[in-house]
Design a protein around this ligand. Sequence first.
Ligand code: ADP
Ligand code: MG
Length: 366
Amino acid sequence: MISAKMNIKTLTLRNFRNYENETFAFGEGLNVLTGKNAQGKTNCAEAVFYLCTGSSLRIRHDRQLIRHGQSSAYLRAEAGSRFGTVVLEAEIYDNRRELRVNGVRVARAADFLGNMNSVFFSPGELRLIQDGPDERRRFLNLSISQTSRPYCVALQRYQKILDQRNNLLKERDAALVLETLPVWDEQLAAYAARIVKARREYLAKLSPLAAEAHAYLTDGAETLALSAERAYPESEEEIRKKLVRELADAYERDLRLGFTTVGPHRDDVKVMLDGEDARGYASQGQTRTAALAMKLAEVEIFKLLSGETPVLILDDVMSELDLPRRKKLVEKVKGLQCILTCTHAERALYGKECVKLTVRGGRLVP
Ligand SMILES: Nc1ncnc2c1ncn2[C@@H]1O[C@H](COP(=O)(O)OP(=O)(O)O)[C@@H](O)[C@H]1O
Ligand SMILES: [Mg+2]
C-alpha cells in the first residue's frame, strides 16, 4: 500500500549554526554524513528536523541557531512527497521567525508541521526509557502533532492556559486566586481531555508496532508493550469531568507549590518488558533496544497514518549500538530516506548505493 516516500532533495543553510552558505543534495535512500567532531553533522541533522517540524530538540531559543555575529539565519529545503515538490523555508531573526511553505507564509507552527514527517533519533532518544517522563511526553507530543493538527493546536492552547494558571498560583492574594482558578480549570480540562484521549489512541496503535519492531531487533527474545501510565475514563467528556475534579482537589497543594500538579503535562508512558516495568528493571542494553523499537514504530505509524514514509534522521546513534542492532537498523531503514551522521562510515555496513557526504568546519568537502 505504501508507495510514496517523503524525501529531502536539497537543503540550503545560510548563517545557520556553523554554516555560512552550503547546499546539500541528498539521495532518496541512505545518506551518510561523516566528519570529525564539532564540524557540523548534528547541525545539519537539526536543520532537516527544524524544516520538518518548525522546532529543534536542542534549543530553547531559535536565536541560538543564528551563526555567531550574524543577524539572521535562513534554511530552505526542497522536498518530494506524494503531493509533489514542497519548498520549506525558515528565516530566523533575533526574536521572530518567518516560516514559508511553497513560498506562502504560514502564521502558525501547526500549519508548518505535517508537511514533511520526520523521525529524529540521537543518543538522547536512546535514553527515552531510562530518563524521566519529560522525554516520553515530548516523544508523544511531537509524534502525534506531526500527524494531527487538532492535537498540535490543543496542546498549544493547553500549554498557554497552563502557563497562565501557574502564574496565577504564584499570586499572593489567595482568596483572589481561589476565586479565579475554576474559570481556568474549565478551559484547561477541556483541552486536557482531548490530549489524554488522543495519546491513548496513539499508544494503542503504537504499542503493537513497537512490539513488532522489538521482536525483530531481539529475535523475539522479549516482549515490549506501551500504554498510558494513568487510567482515565473512556469518553472525552468523562475525562474532562474527572480532571476538573482533580484540579479542584489539588488547589491547596498547587497554591503551596506554585504550579499545577495534575493534568496531562504530568502524565507518563508505561513501558513494559516481559510484563515488568522497564525502568529500573531492564539493563542499559535492553532499554536502548526498547527505545530503538519505539522509534522504529514511530516510522511505521507515520506510514500508517499518512501513507508516506517519513524522513529518518539518525544522528550519531550507530556508535551507541552493538553490531547486530546496527545491521538490523540499516536493514530496516531500506525503503525510506535516511540521513545518518557518524564519525566513521562503516563501508561494509552501509553498502555501495548510499550517498556519502563529508563536512568540515561547516563546509561540505568536495
Ligand atoms: N550559532 C552558532 N554559530 C556558530 N557556530 C555554532 C553555532 N552553534 C553551534 N556552532 C558550532 O557548531 C559546531 C558543532 O557542530 P555539530 O554539528 O554539533 O558537530 P558534530 O559534527 O560533532 O555533530 C561547534 O564548533 C559549535 O561551536
Ligand atoms: Mg554531533
